[in-house]
Design a protein around this ligand. Structure first.
Ligand code: DX5
Ligand code: ZN
Length: 221
């Protein structure tokens, strides 16, 4: 498995000072940009113009987590905008394999996200197309929620499934990742960790990032 990566989520940043908030997390391994359409989730955040503003102000690779309906129609826009990885939700795509190939054709890495209630079996047929599998560890929509412990066995099963198929894709967890939960998520087999409030509510975001990374590294396989 590759070394653990920490991707701060700017949902939890001070939106009035976005450029400064991006500087605070310059030592991160990537940047997670949440996009919400008020339909797929009960919250509204971001859009292509936010992604463009972020890309103009960071050198980190951006992964866009699309909590939006009609993923087949809208996800390609985020690939065209220059995101390193575009991660639509499986539940919002009618043709996930076709969408994955379209995102790749546009030059983006390809992710696919699952809500906590969506079984792994639903994404099994798409795994061979992916660079990243995002397992939500909270109900998508808001930062600051507690990690759903029951997702640990789903992470373990995903890691086993990926290993059995000899695939290279990374397993990202998102929601409630803190210094108290990251070790178990790493032990279960996650290797990319989204951290929103744990990083942005810390006085020293860089210190929080390195602490999270060290905890994950000590417990990764
Ligand atoms: C929630 C978002 C997350 C959120 C994580 O739906 O997808 O990326 O920002 O925030 P924390 O780390 O505070 O749970
Ligand atoms: Zn997210």
């Amino acid at each position: 498995m590759t070394s653990p990566a920490i991707h701060p989520s700017i949902l939890n940043a001070d939106q009035a000072h976005l450029a400064d908030e991006l500087k605070r997390v310059a030592s991160a391994d990537g940047l997670h940009v949440d996009i919400m359409d008020n339909h797929f989730v009960p919250n509204l955040f971001g859009g292509p113009s936010l992604v463009e503003a972020v890309l103009a102000n960071t050198s980190l690779a951006v992964d866009a987590h699309l909590m939006i309906d009609n993923a087949d129609r809208w996800a390609p826009v985020y690939a065209e905008a220059g995101c390193a990885i575009v991660t639509p939700h499986l539940e919002a795509s009618t043709a996930p394999i076709r969408l994955a190939r379209e995102l790749r054709r546009l030059g983006a890495g390809v992710g696919m996200a699952l809500r906590p209630a969506t079984p792994l079996e639903a994404v099994e047929h798409v795994l061979g197309e992916l660079d990243l599998l995002l397992l939500m560890t909270v109900e998508p929509g808001f930062g600051g929620q507690p990690f759903i412990e029951a997702m640990l066995s789903k992470i373990e099963r995903a890691r086993a499934m990926v290993g059995a198929r000899g695939l290279e894709l990374r397993i990202q967890v998102d929601g409630g990742v803190t210094t108290r939960t990251i070790e178990r998520a790493a032990e279960a087999g996650a290797d990319v960790f989204v951290a929103g409030s744990a990083v942005y509510r810390a006085d020293d975001a860089a210190a929080s990032l390195s602490r999270l990374r060290a905890l994950a590294a000590a417990h990764s396989h």
